[in-house]
Design a protein around this ligand. Structure first.
Ligand SMILES: [Zn+2]
Length: 433
């Protein structure tokens, strides 16, 4: 269920843990009440999609039915982006008229109620949109005992399993995750399916789909697949992946080679990339070392350079290098973070994701995360960086990691537009949601 990405213990108590727990609990209650009473996040009144509209200032508004004669939306035009087939309208050009839709404003009908207060992150006095593209949902009982212990190690007091199980099942539920996103003012989140039953756990595509359906448009999913007995099960596993990639809620594929006990350069698994190409959806690959018991620690499973062959063979598939290779240090091999930068510079189908690498335990003074943002700016690779946290197993981590990331971007002199590119825009241009 949960993978802890890198050579990191997920301890995020840089802020008062009690406050974080209380905040999360209150927000959870608000989100649950709102979602179940159809006040927030509800899109039941929105017609089917022929066009998609995003308004940064007003949250996701909905898919527009151009066949409707009564289409009308309240829109903050200075903060909007409209994607209409191949055309992209931004800022002041992003009016409904720009895509040929006219009508009266009808705030009540379309506006979902997500306003600046809990929908945009503060960055140097500006409000910017943010997406956390690395979140783990699932059931605590589906995590192997060794990884349960690792998660419980993030709590500063002993917690018996009889209490930990229901507690973590709430924290890791769609509502629990949404509550933590609200606390951090993060607009949307992406939750992962995980098929690594012996190392970090099992979260099925079906489970992820169920959680997304409780909070549509707030949560999106990455699908995955089992890889055990591959020679025998390949076709069945690929078909399972196809079944979920066909759903609009699943915007890409999640792979964690060391947790799934396979190597990055094992060509037997390249058929997964054929499916990615078939659906034109990106592949997120964990790169870097992991502490979870039983996971692979060899260079072929962890060092980003071993993904290069697949990146070359599939130029039309987008690859996201999760955790920027953190901790995969081997004698005689290039620094793993430098390897990620080299791959991103060399190949246009490569992006980097910065989750976990900058956690308090892995990067106590923030220099590592700062260095990544500084180098990305110098090398003009800001457009290829995507934000994710790798939460929310530890109370306060979703918010705490965002704060550490914002601090690193401020140190690296990112403008508010550059910060929003990392936190939001690059995600949108890669995943088209
Ligand atoms: Zn993870």
């Amino acid at each position: 269920m949960t993978c802890q990405g890198s050579n990191v213990r997920l301890c995020a108590f840089s802020r008062a843990p009690l406050l974080a727990v209380l905040l999360s609990a209150s927000a959870l209650l608000v989100v649950w009440l709102s979602a179940t009473s159809n006040i927030l996040f509800s899109d039941t009144s929105i017609p089917t999609n022929t066009r998609q509209l995003f308004s940064h200032g007003w949250g996701y508004v909905g898919d527009l039915d151009t066949t409707s004669t009564s289409t009308s939306i309240f829109l903050s035009s200075s903060n909007a982006t409209i994607i209409d087939d191949d055309r992209l309208f931004e800022g002041e050009n992003a009016t409904l008229e720009s895509v040929g839709i006219t009508g009266e404003s009808d705030e009540g009908k379309w506006y979902l109620g997500l306003d600046d207060w809990w929908n945009r992150v503060d960055y140097q006095g500006s409000k910017v949109s943010a997406v956390d593209m690395h979140l783990h949902t699932g059931l605590f009982q589906d995590v192997p005992p060794s990884f349960q212990d690792q998660i419980l190690g993030n709590i500063p007091f002993p917690l018996p399993t009889v209490i930990a199980t229901p507690l973590f099942n709430v924290i890791l539920s769609g509502y629990g995750i949404c509550a933590q996103l609200v606390c951090a003012k993060i607009r949307r989140g992406v939750i992962f399916a995980v098929y690594a039953p012996t190392t970090t756990g099992l979260t099925t595509n079906q489970f992820v789909h169920g959680e997304i359906q409780k909070l549509p448009k707030k949560l999106w999913g990455l699908a995955s697949l089992p890889v055990n007995d591959w020679d025998k099960n390949e076709e069945r596993a690929l078909n399972l992946l196809r079944k979920y990639l066909a759903l609009p809620e699943f915007i890409g594929i999640k792979l964690a080679h060391p947790h799934m006990l396979i190597n990055l350069n094992d060509a037997r698994f390249y058929s997964i990339y054929d499916v990615a190409r078939e659906f034109n959806k990106p592949v997120y690959c964990h790169t870097g070392k992991t502490l979870s018991t039983g996971s692979l620690t060899n260079k072929e499973a962890t060092h980003p350079a071993f993904l290069e062959e697949a990146i070359q063979l599939y130029p039309d598939v987008l690859f996201i290098l999760g955790h920027v290779g953190n901790g995969a240090d081997f004698d005689g091999l290039e620094d793993p973070i430098e390897a990620c930068f080299r791959l991103t510079l060399t190949y246009s189908n490569v992006y980097m994701e910065v989750s976990a690498v900058g956690s308090a335990s892995n990067d106590p003074n923030g220099d590592k995360l700062f260095g990544i943002f500084r180098d990305a700016k110098q090398l003009e690779l800001i457009r290829r960086l995507i934000y994710g946290s790798d939460g929310p197993q530890s109370p306060g981590f979703v918010l705490g990691y965002l704060e550490r990331t914002i601090h690193a971007m401020e140190r690296a002199n990112y403008t508010d537009q550059e910060a929003e590119r990392v936190l939001n825009d690059n995600f949108q241009s890669v995943f088209w949601v």
